[in-house]
Design a protein. Structure first.
Ligand code: HDD
Length: 728
């Protein structure tokens, strides 16, 4: 609490008022405010409010004497420090969060009675946490991995958490296999190697024995696993959920997040370099974008299937390894989420936020997807160990914006001071409050699905087509995307030491696409096994029959789906793209000003990179400030490069190997490059011979700016990879 325990110093009231001004447009921000503290202009105290006069020296028996046990100030400080760490999340440990709002475009009352999906006047506060899955809290943002995309909606009917990923399917079909999957992908238990990487034996051992993961493997080996930015990823609820309207009618639904900046990735070689140059690349990018007012935005999309159509598909809606092709059920965009405020404190908010698939509100319900059912247990359970007890819902970031009343009491770290004698129901001493709520008044009732079944440990036969959607995904990719998948698999399996695992994996790839399998086999230098038959999925249960666990390949009416390829994404904006301008003394300052103005006008960010920090003297004899030197900057941290003219500048950069490397590397990673005619010798000193697609050499600066803008918006010129001979 930031309440002062001393009268405010003269002249500080205004400042204090300012920092306590609520942001009334966001109900969650307002609720968080009383829990925030700001030490500006405050006096130092112990945790118990005693003012501290000396925070530098422990209490000793004489200046050179031993420290005294009675030093309660030292003891308190050290004890708190000793206990500052909590267990990191078993999965999704590395994450970045942001606050924002969700606004509905049009009421969805035909499908759901959820208030936040009915009332277009309401702005629902949200907190979002993005994450990688396998790495530890301090691991690199650019690991090849699935990204978590968890959204907490603070609705007026309680919290709704959409705990999704940036890929629409999952590795496994049943939660029973989740601990195995995670044990396999995490660092190997004997030596804890490798960190934040799936390229090792245990992961591919497991995957090669679980053909049900084939579809997800295609996604995880695609460029979706190395996003350019958290702001440029799609999000998916993965499971089929249920929506229920006021009339009690139910609909199946898949949730989607569509980023307004489009879906973009980096190159794998680039990702590996970024991991060294700036392991916080995604976290920094999200933070900087929000600080600068370039608020990330996504539209929420729904794919709705009437209950009566449950069995109309070639796949089972309850199978989390399947998506519904958008050609079959289009995604309706129903509202927009904007992230507009960075957290005040990473630990208090991003680390302590507790998501749960089981946090739903009236109008939304679960289905029998066996992966989802297991998740409904896991999320509360994990918070109990991670956050230390059953009162984690009282941590400010986890509290709903509506008030909470029930008969739950006590436990570690209880914050609420519940009044009255009764903490049970029924009671007559307390008017039997809190009162239960009728469905028509907003009380939650579970969807009354009819169930008539035997208790059985089994997998539905409708779950055994493990390959047709993996093939659909591969067939939907552009040529460069297919090549990236082949390269990724060759890299990952190349890191696997056990040859039989590689061979088993090739048999799986063969079922997806034989050319894919052949190309990976070529890269691995092994022959594709002969007479490949459909594999068995997982370990056959002790009393099970092998034929009941045989994977198969069904047919797919849809042969390719445009929505699955990033090549078809939004490519019309350069907002928040980062452009490096390479300059040295003697640079054409007018060229820089005109290009900077044109690009920044469209929301791009430019930085001047020079041989050293300080000033750069232009040919017109005025000074520009270098934002970075070649020592601190790297091409992998930018989307595009511009090299202005100016004879002396070009000559100085020619003598600077780091400048030539910068250009070569940007070219290798297929980025847009623009140069004034005068800078051509510098391009020639790199691998670039002259203008080509994505390389613009122009003297007219308005033509240059417009061509460069289009090239940056296009993101990457993957065709350039074909020769693959850039020595950067
Ligand atoms: Fe999970 C965290 C997403 C399957 C058990 N999961 C977690 C987070 C995301 C997902 C985004 C991080 C939340 C945050 O930022 O705090 N998980 C998924 C998706 C899945 C999925 C999209 C499949 C469709 N998860 C899954 C299964 C289980 C879990 C099958 C267990 C049976 N997940 C957990 C967990 C975590 C978690 C152990 C770790 C930290 C946490 O919950 O809060 O309970």
């Amino acid at each position: 609490m930031s309440k002062k325990n001393t009268p405010p110093k003269k002249g500080t009231e205004a400042a204090i008022d300012k920092k306590l001004v609520p942001q009334p447009e966001n109900a969650k921000t307002e609720k968080l405010l009383p829990h925030t503290a700001d030490a500006t202009d405050e006096q130092m105290t112990t945790n118990h409010g005693v003012k501290i006069s000396d925070d530098q020296n422990s209490l000793k028996a004489g200046e050179r004497g031993a420290t005294l046990l009675e030093d309660f100030i030292l003891r308190e400080k050290i004890t708190h420090f000793d206990h500052e760490r909590i267990p990191e999340r078993i999965v999704h440990a590395r994450g970045s969060g942001a606050h924002g709002v969700f606004k509905l475009y049009e009421s969805q009352s035909a499908f759901t009675k959820a208030h936040f999906l009915n009332d277009i006047e309401t702005e629902t506060p949200v907190f979002v946490r993005f994450s990688t899955v396998a790495g530890s809290r301090g691991s690199s943002d650019l690991a090849r991995d699935v990204r978590g995309f968890a959204v907490k909606f603070y609705t007026q009917e309680g919290n709704f958490d959409l705990v999704g990923n940036n890929m629409p399917v999952f590795f496994i079909q049943d939660a029973m296999k989740f601990p195995d999957l995670i044990h396999a992908v995490k660092p190997e238990p004997d030596n804890e190697i490798p960190q934040a990487a799936s390229a090792h034996d245990t992961f591919w051992d497991f995957i090669s024995l679980m053909p049900e993961s084939a579809h997800m493997i295609m996604w995880a080996m695609s460029d979706r696993a190395i996003p350019r930015s958290l702001r440029m990823m799609e999000g998916f609820g993965v499971h089929t959920f249920r929506l229920i309207n006021q009339q009690g009618e139910a609909f199946f639904v898949k949730f989607h997040w569509k980023p307004l900046l489009g879906v973009h990735s980096v190159a794998w070689d680039e990702a590996q370099n970024i991991s060294g140059k700036d392991p916080d690349f995604h976290r920094r990018d999200l933070w900087d974008a929000i600080e600068s007012g370039a608020f990330p935005e996504w539209e929420l999309g729904l794919q709705i299937v009437p209950e009566a159509d449950e069995f109309k598909f070639e796949f089972d809606l309850l199978d989390p390894t399947k998506l519904i092709p958008e050609e079959l059920i289009p995604v309706q965009r129903i509202g927009k989420m904007t992230l507009n405020r960075n957290p005040d404190n990473f630990f208090a908010e991003t680390e302590q936020v507790a998501f749960h698939v089981g946090h739903i509100v009236p109008g939304i319900d679960f289905t029998n997807d066996p992966l989802m059912q297991g998740r409904l247990f896991s999320y509360t359970d994990t918070q109990l160990i991670r956050l230390g007890g059953p009162n984690f819902h009282e941590i400010p970031i986890n509290r709903p914006v509506v008030s909470v009343h029930n008969n739950q009491r006590d436990g570690f770290m209880r914050q609420t001071i519940n009044k009255g004698k009764t903490s049970y129901s029924p009671n007559s001493l307390g008017n039997n409050d809190p009162a239960q709520v009728k469905e028509e008044d907003g009380g939650f009732t579970s969807y009354a699905e009819r169930i008539d079944a035997r208790k059985i440990r089994a997998r539905s036969d409708s779950f055994f087509d493990h390959f047709s959607q993996a093939t659909l995904f591969f067939n939907s990719q552009s040529e460069p995307e297919k090549n990236h998948i082949i390269d990724a698999l060759t890299f990952e399996l190349g890191k696997v030491k056990t040859v039989t695992i590689r061979e088993r994996m090739l048999s799986i790839l063969f079922q997806i696409d034989d050319t894919l399998a052949k190309k990976v086999a070529y890269g691995l230098g092994i022959e594709l096994p002969k007479n490949i038959s459909f594999p068995v999925n997982g370990s056959v249960p002790a009393d099970g029959k092998q034929e009941d666990y045989q994977s198969r390949k069904g047919s797919s009416k849809i042969k390719a789906s445009a929505a699955l390829s990033m090549a078809n994404t939004v490519k019309d904006t350069i907002e928040s793209r980062k452009i490096a301008i390479l300059a040295a003394d003697g640079v054409n300052g007018d060229a820089i000003s005109s290009l900077k103005a044109a690009l920044e006008n469209e929301g791009a960010i430019t930085e001047i990179i020079a041989p050293r920090l300080g000033n750069v003297l232009t040919s017109g004899k005025y000074q520009l400030t270098a934002d970075q030197s070649f020592l601190t900057a790297a091409s992998v941290l930018f989307d595009a490069v511009y090299i202005p003219g100016g004879k002396n500048s070009v000559e100085a950069l020619l003598a600077e190997p780091n400048a030539v490397h910068f250009i070569n590397e940007a070219y290798k990673h297929c980025k847009a490059i623009a140069a004034d005619q005068e800078a051509l010798p510098l391009l020639n000193a790199s691998f670039i011979k002259g203008p080509e697609e994505g390389v613009i050499v122009e003297n007219d600066h308005s033509v240059l700016a417009s061509k460069f803008r289009a090239a940056i918006a296009g993101h990457r010129f993957w065709e350039r990879e074909k020769p693959r001979k850039v020595p950067a």
